[in-house]
Design a protein around this ligand. Structure first.
Ligand code: AMP
Length: 396
């Protein structure tokens, strides 16, 4: 990575302003999943080890109406969780846009940890307002961005603020960039990508980028249906994007042997877990009223054989409607195959979002090389795009 990190800069005695990703699920004031908080701890501990004057954290949480404080999206519960993880007090600042708040933070003892209220409570955050960024900047001498999951957004707390003081990457950001960009820029080959999810149209750029970089691209999920339809197959009631058929044909032509489609499918007579199901081959038509909801076992076996040749695997998007156990089998089987490959030394990288959720649900998260904490951000990186929150950081 060509960006400076917290290891390239002296933080002792400095007020270190860190954009973290504390966008955690909260129900009735209780955090139901602390993964993102835990993922930030190595960076926070590494900064504290450098004896800063203060460590001031900021994050967004949820999608409150732009610039309107809403108690439902307050970061206050995160301050309490953080106190437990760091074993030290965390001062919560309810109104960061006041001079009193800045004075309060400046008067805290050396090494204090502070959490500012949700950045999206303030007008201008999502418009990348320089004025709001200047307010945030009053809390820091150095800016650290460790919020990979928000790095694809040019917001005041991710982009504009980075221009106002020395700006470096945190350790989580560095790790995400090394794995996801590294996998595409200088992969240990063969590199095999697995792409699933609902729609071809959402992932055209990813498919194109991966066809250029990977040795094979294995397709699953609803997007396979559009490819089938583009090949002239009847797809019954399956999810198909009629307006993406030309794109699908184009990708099939460009992809050639590199683009691998499923050999069989699990079809159902309704979109529900207890529907009647059948397995059909890819060269069979889907009967009227039936729909494709998962890949079949012949596909899993075929993909397993292909994947056994890989030294790096990148996976984004479920192979079927994994939210329903009946149609989660293909996704779970792929997760299991990747866990086994990881044990054999293959680098396995899971894009954020649904595939990360599926791997976690299958209890296999610990057995992958890297699971991204950012859904949208990891997809944009796989597309080969430059993330604004990364571009704004200082080069090495
Ligand atoms: P994406 O956000 O594009 O990664 O899509 C994830 C969603 O695709 C999940 O909610 C899955 O339930 C859905 N999905 C996967 N396979 C299918 C399919 N065959 N038919 C309909 N939806 C699907």
């Amino acid at each position: 990575m060509n960006k400076k990190t917290i290891r390239d800069i002296d933080l002792s005695g400095k007020r270190v302003l860190v954009r973290v990703d504390f966008n955690v699920p909260i129900e009735n004031g209780v955090i139901t999943d602390e993964t993102r908080i835990v993922a930030s701890l190595p960076t926070l501990r590494a900064i504290l080890d450098q004896h800063p004057k203060s460590l001031v954290l900021m994050s967004h949480l949820g999608r409150p109406k732009d610039g309107v404080p809403d108690p439902k999206y307050s970061l206050r519960p995160v301050a309490a969780a953080l106190e437990t993880h760091l074993s030290r007090p965390v001062t919560f600042i309810e109104n960061p846009l006041s001079d009193e708040a800045v004075a309060q933070v400046n008067s805290l003892p050396d090494g204090s940890v502070v959490l500012l209220e949700n950045t999206r409570f303030y007008v201008g955050e999502t418009q990348n307002s320089p004025e709001l960024a200047a307010q945030f900047a009053k809390f820091g001498d150095v800016y650290v961005n460790d919020a990979f999951g928000s790095a694809h957004r040019a917001h005041s707390s991710t982009e504009a603020v980075a221009k106002l003081m020395p700006a470096v990457a945190g350790l989580l950001m560095e790790k995400e960039l090394n794995y996801l960009s590294g996998a595409l820029e200088s992969p240990v080959r063969p590199l095999i990508a697995i792409l699933g999810g609902a729609k071809v149209s959402d992932k055209i750029k990813v498919i194109e980028a991966l066809l250029a970089k990977a040795d094979k691209v294995l397709i699953g999920g609803g997007m396979a249906n559009t490819f089938l339809r583009a090949q002239g197959r009847a797809t019954g009631a399956s999810l198909v994007e009629e307006n993406a058929l030309d794109v699908a044909r184009d990708l099939l032509a460009k992809g050639g042997e590199k683009l691998v489609l499923p050999l069989d499918f699990v079809i159902a007579d309704a979109f529900k877990d207890d529907a009647n199901t059948q397995v059909i081959r890819a060269d069979q038509d889907v009967p009227d009223g039936w729909q494709i909801l998962d890949i079949g076992t012949a596909t899993v076996d075929h993909y397993k054989t292909l994947l056994s040749t890989a030294r790096t695997v990148v996976w984004n998007g479920p192979m079927g409607v994994f939210e329903m156990p009946t149609f989660a089998k293909g996704t779970n089987a792929i997760a299991q195959i990747l866990a086994e490959l990881t044990a054999q030394g293959v680098i396995t990288i899971i894009g954020g979002g649904d595939s990360a959720a599926a791997v976690e649900k299958a209890g296999l998260a610990e057995r992958m090389t890297h699971i991204s904490t950012g859904g949208g951000a990891s997809l944009e990186l796989l597309e080969g795009r430059v993330l604004p929150g990364v571009a704004a950081l200082n080069d090495k």
